[in-house]
Ligand binder design. Sequence first.
Ligand SMILES: [Zn+2]
Length: 617
Amino acid sequence: VRIPDEKIEEIRFATDIVELIGGFVALKKAGKSWKGLCPFHTEKTPSFHVDAERGVYHCFGCSRGGDAIDFLMEREGHSFIEAVRFLAERAGIALPRPTADGTGAPDVRETVMRVNQAAHEWFRRVLRDTGRGAAARAYLASRAIGPEAIETFGIGCAPTGWDGLLTHLVRAGHDPELLERAGLVARRERGGGFYDRFRDRVIFPIFGATGQPIAFGGRILGEGEPKYLNSPETPVFRKGRGLFGLHTNRAAVRDAGWAVLVEGYTDLIALFDVGVRNAVAPLGTALTEEQARLLAHHVRSVVLLYDGDDAGQAAALRALPALLAAGLSVRVARLPAGVDPDDFARRSGAAAVREVLDAAPGWIAHVVAAASDEGREAQAHRVVALLALVEDSLTRAVLATEASAALGLPEALLRSEAAARGPRGAAAPEASRGGVAAAAVGGARAPRPAESGAGQRRGASVPEADGAHRAERGLLSLCLREPLLVPLVARHVRAGDFADPTLGRLAGELFNACAAGAATDVAHRLLNRFRDDAAMRGLITESLAPREDGAPGDRLAQDYVKKILTRRLGLEMKRQLEELRKAQDRRDEDAQLRLHRDYNDTKQTFQQIVNDLRIEA
Ligand SMILES: [Zn+2]
């Protein structure tokens, strides 16, 4: 479906970007804009800005930026169409629907979402079914999971048999190939055809940020392997992304300011039932770095509540590096040996759970206790290795004191060991902001726009290149913020005058958009134009950030244009002089005459510019 630009404008205009992003990131008002911790890289000091008036966001740490649509695409992995639809629906704006004649085929993500929805409805219906749902209902009853939790978490079940869901969905008109892409069915190895992936299992749906099921986790009902089975990666679901329970518990997590991290679906539901509603769980796997970072965007501290057996305690140890690298403060609760959070909550009740959570010691005590058989040296090494992951130097100092007491070793030694082992080594503590933690967590980052131009600049042998670059950035920034200046600027400068080709490209698009009459909304036209180019978008949103240069726009524009043109004409004169010298060497008098005239023309233009270039608004 092609959505007209005007429609996108309308949606953007109707969207409160602060409210939208505020649903994912805690934002605080700072002057004219809003600030928060960047959801795209790990940081302790907010460098993520949201500009309500212009409807854009920009992070000065990782240079990501864009509009509401870009945010949903980058943060939630939406396709462009999905993001537009989501915002349109939110704002009550009607969009052209996909048509049956094939001209507007919906994209695959959208279709997978729809088929997930249909599968989810069926799983829930089967659970209510007297015959096919009996075993699952008995299992849920045995775990004391009642109607309220079943409703809240959208629990369903898959019956025994090989093709219950397949038959149902195919009859409802869904293509089996698509069901395979959605991870609901698998292809038979022999004889062709498909079979249900989830059989004889209780189904726990996993919801995306928009509240629709994006994947399913299934726990086996009888004997069989594996005990837990999850959806594979699909166009709408990436493993290691998202947290179970975050959709349902989001408000409670945010209100509490800290979260309980449990391992299993049933643990989380049991806690929910006794009123502990700030819990989240990884999706059927060990906690990933991405999940830890996601958690860090909602809370500052976390209490691990894992099974009281060796496996549970070991799993808690494995979760520590990701949590610490994400900047979270971590405590590890202790349950009696052999007790899991589910049993504990059901048997002992809310007060006992709270007591265990409150009494949870810091992670250092847990690490020291877990390595007690290995001796003090091993304990120290483990603690130091984890300490090194803590980015915030103050927090690290506090933890070093704690570690010193727990290990009986000098604090200064632990601190220097941790500093030496830190991902940044001892080299550059200042460089730690964002970069290191992001590297430690392995986050994918967009290239910084500044870097794309930097290589070019350093390669060039023009001495005033840095000044020219500043002028180019300044001029673009000015034009984006005050598009009424563009026609005046475009009269003197062309895209080709820019030393940095990236900036030149942006300038060209900017001049064209304004010439086509998009002056008032040029920044958004450009964001739309560069939807797939994160570096370019970052450049645009950075340029839009408010400046504190007091000079009036036309005055600044004049200075920038002068700098850009003098650089360009300077190069031109240098080239012409070289040509002239060559012509003299080969005694080509015609060429000498022509080149001399050209050179004088350039020089004159140059003089004129230096003397009396005027850009007046
Ligand atoms: Zn960032």
